[in-house]
Design a protein around this ligand. Structure first.
Ligand code: GLC
Length: 531
């Protein structure tokens, strides 16, 4: 039986405002995406070869959180186009066998959404209970819950002498999923886009959907966690505002809508206290994929990545039917090439990271621009857009040495160093990072062991990572070894006999190895082992 498409797909996240501007207003748009689909996959080796795109939110929004504050779930933001340009983009993507998933932001709306405008208009409005309100006085919020963006998770509404709850900005009130009308309204939204032909959704903060009915205080946490350092909510144990057991019922409801259609999927943005809890979301009646954000916290050390991978393999073993997901960059964190920069070794590390991402057992998600090595841009204060400082990883795609993103000389965010890093500079150069991504994606797609094989760790020096991907003998018994050197110095690993399929260092393809494998600094190699 063939695995479902989302297990063998390479996803590519597009931040629509920053991909390509077709009408010269300095803002990327849907027609711009359509115009660059051939770059993503034109069916030949000249294109990147990805199989699906995830678009960050494209709905109308006052842009307080750049689209993650939706004011109309069934429309298109006028900066980006309209439903006609959306339909064109979708049809053109499908014509190239590129699937399209949209960002669904069900946890909260914009405070400008008509639902909230009605809800806040009076205590007796029929939409009042679509959000989470507590009557009271302005001196004391109803409980100790905190916003992920800092400060209390409660905003006082003087007109109705009540507090409303917001997990993010005060302009992003949380919906009340204890109200069945909200559940049906969101099912209708999901159905609207599935009817239009989208292949699924990336579901924003899916683990936040339900809140404690009694609104109990969260306990303070006593342990230290990897989240506590940067996370404004890190001091609390989110027993009552996140990861409630009832959340899974809401997700099952979403899934029941999806299952009325053929072959549609959801990938959840799941923030969990314990990585182990991911499995509870990856049930046959819930989401098919869940982001694993642990790589974002890993320093450039083999041991750090090894422990994330092994934990993931342990939680989601092949027999459990659930499938891992890996990603290194997205619109919320500094790009991994910038996180791992190390002078002249920076690009070598980016190549090695790509090998890891695209050869693990699991579905990889790429972030636009990583294939050319786009760096985070130092956005000066006067040009900054995002309230919580995530502009650096959201800058326009660097198409040409002159930018190539827009005909406007005022792009909505400043461009990075296009004279050094651009598609135009790399597209025809066999040795470029872009050409390497193309070869790597193609190799993944044509190597069954990499798509479906089991994962087994192999012995390696402490600053190297080695693993084997293997198909059952009953299929073709293909075995592939992946070896990655995380050190800035050469290393030597034990390796069974085989042939190099691809190395981050050019010119090693078809080289025979056996007994031992030499890797240069930050080199990664993929080796087909002899049968
Ligand atoms: C998710 C999004 C982030 C957004 C937040 C609130 O974490 O990835 O960009 O700000 O949700 O919607």
């Amino acid at each position: 039986m063939n695995p479902p498409w989302w297990q063998t797909t390479v996803f590519y996240q597009i931040y629509p405002r920053s991909f390509a501007d077709s009408n010269g207003d300095g803002i990327g748009d849907l027609d711009g995406i359509t115009a660059h689909l051939d770059y993503l996959n034109d069916g030949t080796v000249k294109s990147l070869g990805i199989d699906a795109v995830w678009l960050s939110p494209i709905n109308p929004s006052p842009l307080k959180d750049w689209g993650y504050d939706v004011s109309d779930y069934c429309g298109i933001h006028p900066d980006l186009g309209d439903l006609a340009s959306f339909d064109r983009m979708l049809a053109e993507a499908h014509r190239r066998n590129i699937r399209v998933i949209l960002d669904l932001v069900p946890n909260h709306t914009s405070d400008q959404h008509p639902w909230f405008l009605q809800a806040r208009s009076s205590r007796s409005n029929p939409k009042r209970d679509w959000y989470i309100w507590v009557e009271g006085n302005p001196d004391r919020p109803p409980n100790n819950w905190l916003s992920a963006f800092g400060g209390p998770a409660w905003e006082y509404d003087a007109a109705t002498a009540s507090w409303y709850m917001h997990s993010f900005l005060a302009s992003q009130p949380d919906l009340n999923y204890r109200n069945p009308e909200v559940v049906s309204a969101m099912h209708a939204v999901i159905g609207f886009w599935l009817d239009r032909g989208v292949d699924g959704f990336r579901v924003d903060v899916i683990s936040y959907l339900m809140k404690d009915a009694a609104l109990r205080d969260n306990p303070l946490r006593s342990d230290s966690s990897i989240f506590t350092r940067r996370d404004p909510q890190g001091e609390q144990l989110h027993l009552y505002d996140q990861e409630l057991p009832e959340t899974h019922d809401v997700i099952r409801g979403f899934r029941s809508v999806l299952d009325r259609y053929r072959d549609r999927m959801m990938v959840g943005e799941v923030w969990v206290r314990e990585q182990r809890s991911l499995a509870a979301f990856l049930r046959p009646d819930q989401i098919q994929l869940a982001f694993n954000f642990r790589f974002f916290m890993c320093p450039w050390e083999a041991a750090a990545f090894r422990s994330v991978i092994e934990e993931s393999e342990d939680i989601l073993p092949p027999r459990a039917g659930a499938w891992p997901t890996y990603t290194l960059s997205n619109h919320d964190f500094p790009r991994h090439i910038s996180r791992y920069q190390s002078g002249a070794e920076t690009e070598a590390r980016a190549r090695a990271a790509a090998v890891m991402l695209l050869t693990l057992r699991g579905t990889p998600f790429l972030y636009y621009g990583e294939e050319i090595g786009m760096r985070d841009v130092n956005v000066p204060f006067f040009a900054s857009r995002d309230k919580v400082g995530r502009d650096g990883c959201r800058t326009p795609m660097q198409w040409s040495r002159n930018g190539g993103f827009s005909t406007s000389d005022q792009p909505w965010l400043p461009m990075g160093d296009c004279a050094a890093i651009a598609v135009e500079l790399q597209g025809e150069d066999d040795r470029s990072l872009l050409s390497f991504y193309r070869r790597l994606i193609r190799l993944r797609k044509t190597t069954p062991a990499l798509l479906e094989g089991s994962y087994d760790a192999m012995p390696a020096p402490h600053d190297c990572l080695a693993f084997r991907r293997e198909r059952p003998a009953g299929d073709d018994g293909q075995r592939v070894m992946v070896a990655i050197n995380f050190s800035n110095a050469p290393r030597r690993l034990d390796a069974p006999p085989g042939t190099i399929l691809l190395s981050t260092v050019g010119g090693r393809e078809r080289e025979r190895v056996g007994g031992s494998l030499a890797l240069s600094a930050n080199e990664a190699a993929i080796i087909e082992l002899s049968r």
